[in-house]
Design a protein around this ligand. Structure first.
Ligand SMILES: C[S@@+](CC[C@H](N)C(=O)[O-])C[C@H]1O[C@@H](n2cnc3c(N)ncnc32)[C@H](O)[C@@H]1O
Length: 377
Protein backbone atom coordinates (compact mmCIF):
# COMPACT_ATOMS: atom_id res chain seq x y z
CA UNK A 1 0.00 0.00 0.00
CA UNK A 2 1.22 3.48 -0.70
CA UNK A 3 0.00 7.05 -0.75
CA UNK A 4 -0.25 8.78 -4.08
CA UNK A 5 0.13 12.56 -4.41
CA UNK A 6 1.67 15.00 -6.90
CA UNK A 7 5.46 15.51 -7.12
CA UNK A 8 6.36 12.43 -5.10
CA UNK A 9 10.07 11.85 -5.72
CA UNK A 10 11.57 8.41 -6.17
CA UNK A 11 13.72 7.06 -3.31
CA UNK A 12 16.59 6.90 -5.79
CA UNK A 13 16.50 10.66 -6.31
CA UNK A 14 16.08 11.37 -2.59
CA UNK A 15 19.01 9.11 -1.75
CA UNK A 16 21.44 10.73 -4.23
CA UNK A 17 24.70 11.38 -2.41
CA UNK A 18 24.74 15.12 -3.07
CA UNK A 19 24.41 17.76 -0.38
CA UNK A 20 24.89 21.48 -0.69
CA UNK A 21 26.16 22.45 2.72
CA UNK A 22 29.36 23.09 4.55
CA UNK A 23 29.89 22.77 8.29
CA UNK A 24 31.34 25.58 10.40
CA UNK A 25 33.87 23.10 11.85
CA UNK A 26 34.90 19.46 11.80
CA UNK A 27 32.91 17.02 13.94
CA UNK A 28 34.99 16.07 16.96
CA UNK A 29 32.78 15.28 19.91
CA UNK A 30 30.27 12.49 20.45
CA UNK A 31 27.40 14.94 20.94
CA UNK A 32 26.48 17.44 18.23
CA UNK A 33 23.98 20.26 17.96
CA UNK A 34 23.42 21.43 14.38
CA UNK A 35 21.81 24.65 13.26
CA UNK A 36 20.42 24.26 9.76
CA UNK A 37 17.96 22.42 7.56
CA UNK A 38 17.94 18.79 8.56
CA UNK A 39 17.65 17.40 5.01
CA UNK A 40 21.17 18.24 3.88
CA UNK A 41 22.60 17.63 7.36
CA UNK A 42 21.13 14.11 7.44
CA UNK A 43 22.55 13.50 3.97
CA UNK A 44 25.96 14.64 5.02
CA UNK A 45 25.87 12.49 8.18
CA UNK A 46 24.99 9.58 5.92
CA UNK A 47 27.44 10.09 3.06
CA UNK A 48 30.37 11.96 4.58
CA UNK A 49 30.47 11.66 8.36
CA UNK A 50 30.13 7.89 8.68
CA UNK A 51 26.79 7.70 10.53
CA UNK A 52 25.14 5.11 8.27
CA UNK A 53 23.50 2.48 10.55
CA UNK A 54 25.02 4.12 13.63
CA UNK A 55 21.95 5.62 15.30
CA UNK A 56 19.95 3.44 17.69
CA UNK A 57 17.06 5.75 18.43
CA UNK A 58 15.35 8.63 16.68
CA UNK A 59 12.62 10.60 18.43
CA UNK A 60 11.06 13.33 16.30
CA UNK A 61 8.26 15.76 16.85
CA UNK A 62 8.17 17.53 13.48
CA UNK A 63 5.79 20.30 12.49
CA UNK A 64 2.24 18.91 12.32
CA UNK A 65 1.03 20.79 9.21
CA UNK A 66 -0.99 23.09 11.49
CA UNK A 67 -0.42 26.26 9.44
CA UNK A 68 0.48 28.10 12.63
CA UNK A 69 3.38 30.43 13.39
CA UNK A 70 4.67 29.58 16.85
CA UNK A 71 5.95 32.57 18.80
CA UNK A 72 8.17 32.84 21.79
CA UNK A 73 7.86 35.91 24.00
CA UNK A 74 10.15 37.06 26.76
CA UNK A 75 8.55 34.95 29.46
CA UNK A 76 6.15 32.79 27.64
CA UNK A 77 5.27 30.85 24.57
CA UNK A 78 2.22 31.40 22.38
CA UNK A 79 0.77 30.54 19.00
CA UNK A 80 -0.41 34.04 18.17
CA UNK A 81 1.58 37.18 18.41
CA UNK A 82 0.11 39.42 21.05
CA UNK A 83 3.11 41.68 21.33
CA UNK A 84 5.58 43.02 18.82
CA UNK A 85 8.37 41.75 21.09
CA UNK A 86 7.39 38.17 20.37
CA UNK A 87 9.75 36.36 18.05
CA UNK A 88 8.88 33.55 15.75
CA UNK A 89 10.17 30.24 17.11
CA UNK A 90 9.16 28.36 13.98
CA UNK A 91 6.58 28.41 11.24
CA UNK A 92 4.52 25.30 10.66
CA UNK A 93 3.15 26.34 7.29
CA UNK A 94 3.71 23.37 4.97
CA UNK A 95 0.41 21.56 4.55
CA UNK A 96 -1.15 18.71 2.57
CA UNK A 97 1.04 16.67 0.26
CA UNK A 98 3.88 19.21 0.47
CA UNK A 99 4.12 18.50 4.18
CA UNK A 100 3.97 14.73 3.63
CA UNK A 101 6.72 14.85 1.02
CA UNK A 102 8.89 17.08 3.25
CA UNK A 103 8.58 14.51 6.02
CA UNK A 104 8.95 11.46 3.77
CA UNK A 105 12.28 12.68 2.40
CA UNK A 106 13.68 13.01 5.89
CA UNK A 107 12.27 9.66 7.01
CA UNK A 108 14.03 7.93 4.12
CA UNK A 109 17.37 9.39 5.24
CA UNK A 110 16.64 8.54 8.89
CA UNK A 111 15.99 4.91 7.90
CA UNK A 112 19.47 4.72 6.37
CA UNK A 113 21.04 6.23 9.50
CA UNK A 114 19.27 3.84 11.89
CA UNK A 115 21.25 0.84 13.11
CA UNK A 116 19.90 -2.67 12.48
CA UNK A 117 18.55 -2.67 16.06
CA UNK A 118 17.36 0.94 15.82
CA UNK A 119 13.88 2.43 16.18
CA UNK A 120 12.02 5.63 15.46
CA UNK A 121 9.25 7.29 17.46
CA UNK A 122 7.42 9.97 15.51
CA UNK A 123 5.13 12.32 17.39
CA UNK A 124 2.18 13.66 15.38
CA UNK A 125 -1.43 14.76 15.82
CA UNK A 126 -4.72 13.09 14.94
CA UNK A 127 -5.38 15.35 11.93
CA UNK A 128 -2.40 14.40 9.77
CA UNK A 129 -1.16 11.36 11.68
CA UNK A 130 -3.07 8.75 9.67
CA UNK A 131 -1.47 9.90 6.42
CA UNK A 132 1.93 9.87 8.11
CA UNK A 133 1.27 6.27 9.21
CA UNK A 134 0.94 5.24 5.56
CA UNK A 135 4.13 7.09 4.66
CA UNK A 136 5.94 5.34 7.50
CA UNK A 137 4.62 1.95 6.38
CA UNK A 138 6.11 2.71 2.96
CA UNK A 139 9.47 3.88 4.30
CA UNK A 140 10.06 1.43 7.16
CA UNK A 141 7.85 -1.48 6.04
CA UNK A 142 4.52 -2.37 7.65
CA UNK A 143 6.24 -5.41 9.18
CA UNK A 144 8.33 -3.00 11.28
CA UNK A 145 5.33 -1.10 12.63
CA UNK A 146 5.31 -1.65 16.41
CA UNK A 147 2.74 0.71 17.95
CA UNK A 148 0.45 3.63 17.43
CA UNK A 149 0.67 5.08 20.92
CA UNK A 150 -2.15 7.33 22.14
CA UNK A 151 -0.55 9.99 24.30
CA UNK A 152 -2.93 11.83 26.62
CA UNK A 153 -1.48 15.33 26.40
CA UNK A 154 -3.79 17.53 28.48
CA UNK A 155 -6.84 17.65 30.74
CA UNK A 156 -10.33 17.30 29.21
CA UNK A 157 -11.29 20.24 27.00
CA UNK A 158 -14.57 21.95 26.21
CA UNK A 159 -14.79 22.59 22.46
CA UNK A 160 -17.51 24.69 20.91
CA UNK A 161 -17.12 22.43 17.87
CA UNK A 162 -19.61 19.58 17.41
CA UNK A 163 -17.01 16.96 18.18
CA UNK A 164 -15.52 15.12 21.14
CA UNK A 165 -12.77 16.87 23.04
CA UNK A 166 -9.29 16.03 21.77
CA UNK A 167 -6.93 15.19 24.59
CA UNK A 168 -4.52 12.87 22.79
CA UNK A 169 -1.95 12.90 20.07
CA UNK A 170 -0.17 9.91 18.55
CA UNK A 171 3.31 8.48 18.53
CA UNK A 172 4.13 6.12 15.69
CA UNK A 173 6.77 3.61 16.75
CA UNK A 174 8.68 1.63 14.09
CA UNK A 175 11.81 -0.47 14.22
CA UNK A 176 14.43 -0.73 11.52
CA UNK A 177 14.36 -4.52 11.61
CA UNK A 178 13.15 -7.63 13.40
CA UNK A 179 15.18 -7.36 16.58
CA UNK A 180 15.15 -3.79 17.93
CA UNK A 181 16.62 -2.74 21.27
CA UNK A 182 13.64 -2.93 23.62
CA UNK A 183 14.22 -2.89 27.34
CA UNK A 184 10.58 -3.92 27.96
CA UNK A 185 9.49 -1.13 30.29
CA UNK A 186 7.18 -1.96 33.17
CA UNK A 187 4.55 0.06 35.00
CA UNK A 188 4.00 -0.31 38.73
CA UNK A 189 1.00 -2.40 39.80
CA UNK A 190 -1.88 -0.51 41.38
CA UNK A 191 -3.30 -1.78 44.68
CA UNK A 192 -6.27 -3.13 42.67
CA UNK A 193 -3.92 -4.97 40.26
CA UNK A 194 -2.09 -6.53 43.19
CA UNK A 195 -5.33 -7.74 44.76
CA UNK A 196 -6.57 -9.20 41.47
CA UNK A 197 -3.34 -10.70 40.17
CA UNK A 198 -1.92 -11.95 43.48
CA UNK A 199 -5.00 -13.13 45.39
CA UNK A 200 -3.22 -15.39 47.91
CA UNK A 201 -1.43 -14.29 51.09
CA UNK A 202 1.21 -16.42 52.82
CA UNK A 203 1.84 -16.70 56.55
CA UNK A 204 4.20 -13.71 56.44
CA UNK A 205 1.56 -11.53 54.78
CA UNK A 206 3.19 -11.63 51.33
CA UNK A 207 0.79 -11.58 48.37
CA UNK A 208 1.32 -14.25 45.74
CA UNK A 209 -0.22 -16.25 42.96
CA UNK A 210 0.63 -19.64 41.48
CA UNK A 211 1.16 -20.70 37.86
CA UNK A 212 1.51 -24.16 36.31
CA UNK A 213 4.92 -25.77 36.57
CA UNK A 214 4.53 -27.10 33.03
CA UNK A 215 4.37 -25.38 29.63
CA UNK A 216 2.88 -26.38 26.28
CA UNK A 217 4.87 -28.61 23.92
CA UNK A 218 6.28 -32.09 24.28
CA UNK A 219 9.99 -32.70 24.62
CA UNK A 220 11.07 -35.88 22.89
CA UNK A 221 14.38 -36.09 24.68
CA UNK A 222 15.63 -34.47 27.85
CA UNK A 223 14.48 -34.64 31.45
CA UNK A 224 11.69 -32.07 31.24
CA UNK A 225 9.44 -34.59 29.48
CA UNK A 226 9.94 -37.29 32.14
CA UNK A 227 8.15 -37.91 35.43
CA UNK A 228 9.29 -35.76 38.37
CA UNK A 229 8.50 -37.03 41.88
CA UNK A 230 6.48 -39.69 40.12
CA UNK A 231 4.28 -37.14 38.27
CA UNK A 232 4.39 -36.96 34.46
CA UNK A 233 3.65 -33.58 32.83
CA UNK A 234 0.13 -33.59 31.27
CA UNK A 235 -0.13 -34.79 27.68
CA UNK A 236 1.36 -32.34 25.16
CA UNK A 237 3.24 -30.42 27.90
CA UNK A 238 6.65 -30.49 29.59
CA UNK A 239 8.07 -29.31 32.93
CA UNK A 240 9.28 -25.70 32.71
CA UNK A 241 12.59 -26.63 34.40
CA UNK A 242 14.90 -29.62 34.80
CA UNK A 243 14.28 -31.90 37.84
CA UNK A 244 17.26 -30.54 39.80
CA UNK A 245 15.89 -26.99 39.45
CA UNK A 246 12.38 -28.12 40.46
CA UNK A 247 13.95 -29.74 43.55
CA UNK A 248 15.71 -26.48 44.40
CA UNK A 249 12.50 -24.44 43.94
CA UNK A 250 10.66 -26.82 46.22
CA UNK A 251 13.40 -26.57 48.85
CA UNK A 252 13.05 -22.76 48.75
CA UNK A 253 9.28 -23.01 49.28
CA UNK A 254 8.56 -21.75 45.78
CA UNK A 255 6.34 -24.68 44.85
CA UNK A 256 2.86 -24.98 46.32
CA UNK A 257 1.32 -28.47 46.49
CA UNK A 258 -2.45 -28.70 46.20
CA UNK A 259 -4.49 -31.10 48.36
CA UNK A 260 -4.50 -33.65 45.54
CA UNK A 261 -0.74 -33.41 45.01
CA UNK A 262 -0.59 -30.99 42.09
CA UNK A 263 2.57 -28.77 42.18
CA UNK A 264 2.41 -25.08 41.09
CA UNK A 265 5.07 -22.38 41.00
CA UNK A 266 4.70 -19.56 43.56
CA UNK A 267 5.09 -15.99 42.22
CA UNK A 268 5.32 -13.18 44.80
CA UNK A 269 3.93 -9.70 43.98
CA UNK A 270 6.87 -7.95 45.65
CA UNK A 271 9.35 -9.71 43.36
CA UNK A 272 7.69 -8.56 40.13
CA UNK A 273 8.87 -5.32 38.53
CA UNK A 274 5.34 -4.38 37.48
CA UNK A 275 3.08 -4.92 34.50
CA UNK A 276 3.87 -4.51 30.83
CA UNK A 277 3.57 -0.94 29.64
CA UNK A 278 0.62 -0.49 27.30
CA UNK A 279 0.02 1.81 24.33
CA UNK A 280 -2.03 4.51 26.05
CA UNK A 281 0.31 6.94 27.75
CA UNK A 282 -0.46 9.67 30.20
CA UNK A 283 2.26 12.30 29.98
CA UNK A 284 0.78 15.76 30.01
CA UNK A 285 2.86 18.61 28.63
CA UNK A 286 4.09 21.31 30.96
CA UNK A 287 2.02 24.48 31.24
CA UNK A 288 5.18 26.60 31.21
CA UNK A 289 7.32 25.32 28.33
CA UNK A 290 10.62 26.94 27.42
CA UNK A 291 9.79 26.33 23.75
CA UNK A 292 6.42 26.10 21.96
CA UNK A 293 5.14 22.55 21.50
CA UNK A 294 7.74 21.29 23.98
CA UNK A 295 7.04 17.67 24.84
CA UNK A 296 6.88 16.01 28.26
CA UNK A 297 10.40 15.17 29.43
CA UNK A 298 9.37 12.13 31.50
CA UNK A 299 7.94 10.65 28.32
CA UNK A 300 11.18 11.31 26.43
CA UNK A 301 13.12 9.70 29.27
CA UNK A 302 10.96 6.58 29.19
CA UNK A 303 11.30 6.29 25.39
CA UNK A 304 15.09 6.60 25.62
CA UNK A 305 15.29 4.02 28.41
CA UNK A 306 13.07 1.59 26.48
CA UNK A 307 14.68 1.82 23.05
CA UNK A 308 18.36 2.60 23.54
CA UNK A 309 21.26 1.49 25.69
CA UNK A 310 24.11 3.37 27.34
CA UNK A 311 26.40 4.71 24.59
CA UNK A 312 23.68 4.40 21.95
CA UNK A 313 23.37 7.43 19.70
CA UNK A 314 19.99 9.15 20.09
CA UNK A 315 18.95 11.66 17.44
CA UNK A 316 16.25 14.32 17.41
CA UNK A 317 16.49 16.13 14.07
CA UNK A 318 13.55 18.47 14.88
CA UNK A 319 14.91 19.09 18.35
CA UNK A 320 13.09 22.35 19.23
CA UNK A 321 14.02 23.31 22.78
CA UNK A 322 16.43 20.38 23.12
CA UNK A 323 14.65 18.34 25.80
CA UNK A 324 15.53 15.06 24.04
CA UNK A 325 19.21 15.98 23.93
CA UNK A 326 19.40 16.94 27.58
CA UNK A 327 17.66 13.76 28.73
CA UNK A 328 19.76 11.59 26.41
CA UNK A 329 22.86 13.17 27.90
CA UNK A 330 21.66 12.62 31.48
CA UNK A 331 21.08 8.95 30.64
CA UNK A 332 24.61 8.46 29.32
CA UNK A 333 23.63 8.31 25.65
CA UNK A 334 25.40 10.11 22.83
CA UNK A 335 23.18 12.51 20.94
CA UNK A 336 22.64 14.49 17.76
CA UNK A 337 20.21 17.40 17.62
CA UNK A 338 19.22 19.47 14.61
CA UNK A 339 16.98 22.50 14.26
CA UNK A 340 16.75 25.33 11.76
CA UNK A 341 15.23 27.87 14.14
CA UNK A 342 17.51 30.35 15.91
CA UNK A 343 15.11 30.40 18.85
CA UNK A 344 15.23 26.62 19.14
CA UNK A 345 19.02 26.66 19.17
CA UNK A 346 19.03 29.44 21.77
CA UNK A 347 16.67 27.52 24.08
CA UNK A 348 18.56 24.26 23.54
CA UNK A 349 21.93 25.85 24.30
CA UNK A 350 20.54 27.48 27.45
CA UNK A 351 19.06 24.18 28.58
CA UNK A 352 22.36 22.38 28.05
CA UNK A 353 24.45 25.14 29.67
CA UNK A 354 22.12 25.35 32.66
CA UNK A 355 22.46 21.68 33.25
CA UNK A 356 26.24 22.20 33.31
CA UNK A 357 26.05 24.95 35.87
CA UNK A 358 23.46 23.73 38.33
CA UNK A 359 23.11 20.01 38.23
CA UNK A 360 25.64 18.14 40.32
CA UNK A 361 24.06 14.82 39.54
CA UNK A 362 23.55 14.83 35.79
CA UNK A 363 26.32 14.24 33.27
CA UNK A 364 28.15 17.37 32.19
CA UNK A 365 27.24 18.23 28.63
CA UNK A 366 30.08 18.32 26.13
CA UNK A 367 29.08 18.94 22.58
CA UNK A 368 30.05 20.41 19.23
CA UNK A 369 27.87 23.22 17.97
CA UNK A 370 27.90 23.21 14.18
CA UNK A 371 26.34 25.71 11.82
CA UNK A 372 25.44 24.14 8.49
CA UNK A 373 25.60 26.73 5.72
CA UNK A 374 24.20 26.08 2.29
CA UNK A 375 26.66 26.42 -0.57
CA UNK A 376 25.17 28.19 -3.55
CA UNK A 377 25.77 26.27 -6.77
C1 LIG B 1 7.20 20.64 17.06
S1 LIG B 1 8.72 21.47 17.18
C2 LIG B 1 9.71 20.40 18.16
C3 LIG B 1 9.56 20.67 19.64
C4 LIG B 1 10.44 19.75 20.47
N1 LIG B 1 9.98 18.40 20.44
C5 LIG B 1 10.51 20.22 21.91
O1 LIG B 1 10.12 19.46 22.84
O2 LIG B 1 10.97 21.34 22.16
C6 LIG B 1 9.37 21.23 15.56
C7 LIG B 1 10.74 21.81 15.37
O3 LIG B 1 11.21 21.42 14.07
C8 LIG B 1 12.01 22.47 13.56
N2 LIG B 1 12.11 22.30 12.10
C9 LIG B 1 11.13 22.43 11.18
N3 LIG B 1 11.60 22.19 9.94
C10 LIG B 1 12.91 21.90 10.07
C11 LIG B 1 13.95 21.56 9.14
N4 LIG B 1 13.71 21.48 7.83
N5 LIG B 1 15.19 21.34 9.63
C12 LIG B 1 15.44 21.42 10.97
N6 LIG B 1 14.50 21.74 11.89
C13 LIG B 1 13.25 21.97 11.45
C14 LIG B 1 11.29 23.72 14.00
O4 LIG B 1 12.16 24.83 14.01
C15 LIG B 1 10.80 23.33 15.39
O5 LIG B 1 11.71 23.75 16.37
Amino acid sequence: MFLSYPYKESEKVILKDNFNIEFSKELEKDNILFFGDNFDILKRLLYKEGYRKKIDLVYIDPPFATNIKFKIGKNRVSTISSSSNDKIAYEDTLTGYEFLEFLRKRLILIRELLSDRGSIYLHIDYKIGHYVKIIMDEVFGIENFRNDIARVKCNPKNFKRSAYGNIKDMILFYSKGKNPIFNDPKEPYTQDDIKKLFPKVNKDGRRYTTIPLHAPGETKDGDTGKAWRGIKPPKGRHWRSKPEILEELDKQGLIEWSKNGNPRRVIYADEKEGKKKQDIWNYKDTQYPLYPTEKNLEMIKDIILASSNRDSIVMDCFCGGGGTLKIANDLGRKWIGIDNSKRAIEVTKNRLEESNSDNLFSNQVEYDFIVAKSIKK
